[in-house]
Design a protein around this ligand. Sequence first.
Ligand code: COA
Ligand code: ADP
Length: 579
Amino acid sequence: MESPELGVGSLKDALFILESGEVYRNPTEVKMSQIVLPCHANHCGELSVGQLLKWMDSTACLSAERHAGCSCITASVDDIHFEHTIGVGQVVSIIAKVNRAFTSSMEVGILVTCEDLYIGKEWKVCHAFASFVARRTETGKVQLKQVIPHTQLEQVEYSLAAERRRMRLIHVETITDLLSNCAAQLAGECQEHKDAIPAEKTRVESVELVLPPHANHQVSTFGGQIMAWMENVATIAASRLCNAHPTLRSIDMFHFRGPSHIGDRLVLKAIVNNSFKTSMEVGVCAEAYKGGEPLRHINSAFMTFEVLDGDRKPCMLPRIRPEPVDGKRRYQEALARKKIRLDRKYIITSKQTQVPLSVPWDQSNQMYLSLNNVSALKIMVAKTNWVLTSEKNKVSLYTLEENQVLCFKVEMKVNIPADQTFHLLSDLRKRMEWDRHYEKCEVVLQADEEDTIYRVASPSITKGGKGQDFIMLASRRQPCDARDPYLIAVRSVTLPTHPPTDDYTRGEVLCAGFCIWEESSSVTKITYYNQASPGVLPYISRDIVGLSSSYYCIFSACSDFLKANKTCLGAPPPPPAAP
Ligand code: COA
Ligand code: ADP
């Protein structure tokens, strides 16, 4: 069995967590197992992704309804990457559980695995995060009960769910902004290829009548059914380009904009927007109407297909000749989406340890780097096996060694309100006032209200040696609700405008930052975390082995700085600086 990535592992582990000697099972967990029959498969004997999406949606909906205690609808599904196809005769298992409830919406984590009964092997097919909303009642919006995480992995998922939600809710604006920026850069980027296939040849239009089996007991069309119909037309469009059997690799995040009901006619339109060397983007639009009413936009999705040869390697694909105006726009937007998709896949879904120390920052990956930055810190915050290494006047230094990675944290309490502490620690330039490792600190770029890139210079630890400098992205987060802390996450990035110089050794910070908990209206717990990269270790190694307590001097200076600025009014974020 492949080890599931963080974020999904909790789903598999949930059954086996022992708490006070008992087997713990998450109360929202729902499992479905299906043997793949020919009626679920396409002509190549592989489970149709549409059928899989229906099963995923029903399992996740049952989990959401178990938590909500009322009927729920699918609001959105984040990016899904399919790692394997599933054959007839194999068993598909789906596990879903609610990671977090907000007001009326919930994030449900879904893990799909496949099992070959004859060879006794099981592997991961995909994971997904879907958002479900409790249906409004006559009295208005439903207020859901909180999810209480019980295990460390549930705690991580709970914490990350808030971060993913933030990205989800601004997804449309983020993509629109990025597309308009990229479109300007790509204007005219529409090469004429000699043997290009006219996009028109791939166009599909199909209608479905929503019947009772397609809907739940509330007469609303199942989200999974709509996704299945969309996948069906997308597959036809993709097949028309390659004249072969296409394999669906990924579906971009999408949102069900409005409901559909029994009796609706669902009009599904698809076309290949662009084809790259070995993959193509198919766009699908689903609209509904009833009688003479105008069309309602239900959903638009973008799917990436490949064609695999006998060795399961992707084949070269024909190029596409877009139609004028809309076709050309979609062709360029598909190019931009390809870049965004790569950033998202690389930065969001890779395991933390696989993201390189310094990731190049640019406007199109800003959102994802920020999410990665905060998520990495949240994962460190959720770890429980810290060892107390040193303590002085209630300032404690802890370490944690795991998979050959050393992390440390310093914890203390201050009599300053949490929001003021957050405000004072948020601007890294103020750290020069209390941390002697911050010799210089300047704002290099103000990406948005919550994300700032700084250049920090630190003195050398050896006499006459070179100092180190760091280009760091600081991402700030206010609590999503009372159960969340304030966070200031820091990680290294690279910027072409700020290459390493001869005067300094370029240091790197993998994951660091502050977690600020409100203990009462006047008492705040501050924890500083750092995953000790080679650039950081020399500054703390003597403290860790007990030869020094410089951490104490720095953090008591921090405490003094906070006290001295206790009443300092909230200042606006640092001014924008040219890149
Ligand atoms: N992804 C995840 N959650 C979303 C979302 C998205 N893209 N857009 C809105 N939501 C959440 C909101 O954050 C809010 O959650 P909260 O109460 O926990 O804060 C919740 O949906 C309701 O938001 P609200 O502002 O009250 O309503 P809305 O006008 O934004 O409508 C839906 C949101 C999902 C209810 C609405 O778009 C809808 O009915 N879509 C169709 C859903 C459906 O029928 N699906 C089945 C297949 S058709
Ligand atoms: P956009 O046109 O901005 O891409 P839409 O939501 O209108 O966004 O459509 C989503 C996708 O659905 C399009 O990118 C296209 O691939 C496909 N599509 C939309 N309209 C049609 C149509 N009339 N025929 C075929 N495919 C269509």
